[in-house]
Design a protein around this ligand. Structure first.
Ligand code: CTP
Length: 426
């Protein structure tokens, strides 16, 4: 068995994000962006302009990041790792960053960026930085639509600056229109995407996730412990690599990731089978791969009671429920695609067998039985309700299984890279 070391686990492989905050009212959302980036595994430093300091002070960002916010020009004797060494921060911070994001970015900031004005530490850093630059504008809708602002945006886009938002809606100034800061999810998703090789670009991937619920009566159901975290991590990893993603999901305990092509919520296994039938065989663009990360209930009550089942008789009385088997969704997708091997199918399996040869051979057996191209096997104790997992990747084309261990996000990245290898360019 081969083990794959996960890059994401080493401290340096955390992405370094430099966040510039300028003086729009939406600056109050910047601390949330910092938190979400940190949750996403990023190391964050912040530069707050004078205007933004009227809305949100550096002390808050310093507490969140554990790092000083960039000070004034030539305030250069602090912040470096070597106290003897003078650091020119508006150069060294740009060199440090894997990605620079300005959120919110005012019209004034965009105009100065276009002209290369460098009269503040943030603007000087922008001019010197060689990493990808993302801006999330926020301003009044008329400022956004104005001729000079639109000209600046066109020029900045041509130079490779990446825009996220603005979105439309009610604005702090009382007007309605385009100019709202993009959703925090959209900003974090864009940062994740920038710098990740677009190995799944153009591929439409369907991810089934979460548990199913099988109703007993109007107030009770049979279900399982799946939270949907692994499926969400798969969606994020696929989106970060440029895939178009449709989700078919049961009731989740975590929010669905941003940027889905389509999301279909279902309840029971039969609902999931119907939804997948519709999406997998009748979608445009056509589906390249299906990832069955759902914890499908194998059985449902043979009869669904239309009224609540009443407690009756004495304490200790027994009551039995007759169950019938649900369809095996993955196996039927595999039968339907036949020898064509399109779409590619990835299954998941959770077992309780201890780590070892018996566990691996059960995953191999299940992969063959379901007729899938890749099976990702876990042990329940390693995966349920956790942010980390230990997974075995068992592919028909490999002679050996591979063991991957780490956060669900990191493991999902490895699975999506394996899928990209199997699919090839679109
Ligand atoms: N699966 C499915 N339809 C079902 C049950 C499972 O499509 N009715 C899918 C799951 O989404 C997963 C894979 O099959 O991708 C393996 O699920 P698992 O529960 O491990 O397999 P089962 O066939 O239910 O086998 P077991 O007897 O071990 O529960």
């Amino acid at each position: 068995m081969t083990s794959i070391p996960l890059k994401e686990i080493s401290p340096r492989s955390r992405r370094r994000v430099l966040l510039g905050v300028t003086g729009s009212i939406a600056a109050y959302k910047a601390p949330e962006i910092v938190r979400r980036l940190q949750d996403d595994g990023c190391e964050v430093r912040v530069i707050v302009t004078h205007a933004a300091r009227q809305i949100v002070g550096p002390a808050l960002f310093e507490a969140l990041t554990g790092t000083r916010c960039m000070g004034e020009f030539w305030d250069s004797d602090v912040g470096g790792s070597d106290p003897e060494k003078v650091e020119i921060e508006h150069i060294s911070w740009g060199d440090w960053a894997d990605c620079l994001i300005i959120a919110p970015a005012t019209a004034d900031c965009l105009a100065k960026m276009r002209l290369g004005i460098a009269d503040t530490p943030l603007l000087a850093t922008v001019l010197a930085a060689r990493c990808p630059i993302i801006v999330a504008p926020a301003m009044n809708c008329h400022m956004w639509g104005s001729v000079p602002n639109q000209e600046h945006i066109t020029v900045l886009r041509d130079r490779g600056v990446i825009f996220v938002g603005p979105s439309e809606g009610s604005l702090a100034c009382g007007w309605e229109g385009a100019g709202r800061l993009a959703e925090v999810d959209a900003i974090v998703g864009k940062i994740r995407e920038v710098g990740t090789p677009q190995t799944l670009a153009g591929h439409h991937i369907v991810v089934a996730l979460g548990p199913t619920r099988e109703r007993i009566d109007p107030v009770r159901y049979i279900s399982n412990r799946s939270s949907g975290k692994m499926g969400c991590a798969i969606i994020e990893a696929a989106r970060a690599r440029g895939a178009i993603v449709t989700a078919v999901h049961g009731p989740l305990s975590v929010p669905l990731p941003y940027g889905l092509h389509r999301a279909i919520e279902i309840e029971s296994a039969r609902d999931m089978a119907d939804a997948l039938d519709m999406v997998v065989w009748h979608s445009s663009p056509s589906v390249s791969a299906v990832v069955m990360a759902a914890a499908v209930a194998d059985y449902r009550p043979a009869v669904m009671l239309s009224e609540k089942h009443k407690r009756g008789g004495d304490d200790g009385e027994t009551c039995s429920l007759v169950l019938e088997q649900n369809p095996d969704i993955l196996a039927s997708l595999s039968r339907r695609r036949g020898g064509a091997r399109s779409p590619l199918l990835i299954g998941f399996a959770v077992e309780t067998i201890p780590h070892g040869a018996e566990l691996i051979s059960e995953f191999q057996r299940k992969r063959r039985a379901k007729g899938v191209d890749l099976l990702v096997g876990n042990r329940g104790d390693d995966a349920f309700d956790r942010d980390t997992t230990v997974a075995y990747l068992v592919a028909g084309t490999d002679t050996q299984s591979r063991r991957v261990e780490g956060t669900k996000r990191a493991v999902s990245g490895v699975i999506m890279e394996r899928l990209a290898e199997m699919l090839g360019p679109n």
